[in-house]
Design a binder for this molecule. Sequence first.
Ligand code: PLP
Length: 479
Amino acid sequence: MRDELLAKEKISRLLEPPAADRDAVRKQVIDYIEHFINTIDTAKAYNVNYGNGDGLFSSPISDDPIAIEEALSLLSSHVDIPGLNPASGGHLGYIPGGGIYYAALGDFLADIFNRYAGIYFAGPGAVRMENLLIQWIAGIMKYPSQAIGNLTSGGSIANLIGIVCARDASQIKSCDFDKAVIYLTKQVHHSVDKAIRIAGLKECIVRRIPMDAGYRMKADDLRRAIEHDKSKGLIPFLVIASAGTTDVGAVDPLEEIGAIAQKQNIWYHIDAAYGGFFMLTEEGEKKLKGIESSDTLVVDPHKGLFLPYGSGVLLAKDGKQLKASHSYQANYMQDASQTTEEISPADVSPELTKHFRGLRLWLPLKLMGVKPFSACLEEKLLLTKYFYHEIQRIGFEVGEKPDLSVVTYRYIPKHGDANEFNKRLCEEVQRDGRIFISSTLLDGKFTLRAAILSFRTHLQTVDLLLNVMAEKVKMLERA
Ligand SMILES: *Cc1c(COP(=O)(O)O)cnc(C)c1O
């Protein structure tokens, strides 16, 4: 038995590489990272011609170890080059992500120490750190100090938690589904529709409230719809507003909707996954006025705070409801039952064991302070105004003045179909790859979008986009 144990131990100890090996591998990884960051300004934002990652299959998972050089080479060829480069400042499609360096070091620390951030009993400091960050974010959003929340993997899960909370607070049961009404617009993010379904609410009545010319919910129509539904004996229980739609960056009239929700006594959920952190700017604060009147609120640090993917936040004004929906007890957890007021993430989320995701936010905030974050957001708002102005000067049509940092625009060609032209224009820009833009369909019109939110997007990037657009229009008009 002892011999057998020692034999197994010899192999299992390979999981703890010695210092010299750690050092060698770490150096290679750091070199690879440094090269990436040092050349990011000239790297493409989109690579169409470098395969689709299927080269990974040529190196299956097996008992044969490979060297770090080979692993990095596989990573480079098949993962880090093909497709979209979300770390590039030239990524102006969808909603750009981030990837600030100190967040990665925070993850590195979190992974090595592997502190348990699910339950206060196990990781009191880790849990307090996450709650401190949630309090900080709640303060930015002008939520009261008794508000609580959860650091999630992203906006989708945060929306799900919020919607489950709204369902339970309103005591909506399956027997109510054909009478229960949810209000939102067509521009709500699809993760909201998905969350409604996952929360078991797909048989509820979902009313898409009309929007104004800038794709913002018409508050008067909302009020009328609720009153009408109530008079019919229906149960209006939830209104969902967007604070920055993904499509066009529009902010619903948050304050007016809040007043209606309060008067009608229905749950108010705001999806501010994209726009919420503009609250760190003076202009954003004005645009997002009324955000604090929601009952639950979603923001995404992996968008507005430039963190790497994997960071969303759900805030709830009424902590009791959030806990009632998500806490659970089990016999094998009896040692871990609450002894303090400190909220355990496991009690306000579907997750139990989870990544210590607070550290990736705490470390950059502590090492750099808040100012670079707010300045970067102010810069994005200014760049958006600049682009909105300059793209018109080179002959493009634009949508309404942007509420935040998404510009919609299209080119009307001298000849031929405008939709077809803009589709080809978008494809040409993507093929070129220096800048990545995406498109949308607005009232049947093929429309280009520039979403300016990467921390690496600066004046030089937007000038490059303007040059690329002018160049491609000229090329297509000649063709
Ligand atoms: C990105 C986004 C979401 C979804 O968040 P994920 O972090 O991608 O899960 C939800 N709502 C809006 C408005 C978004 O922009």
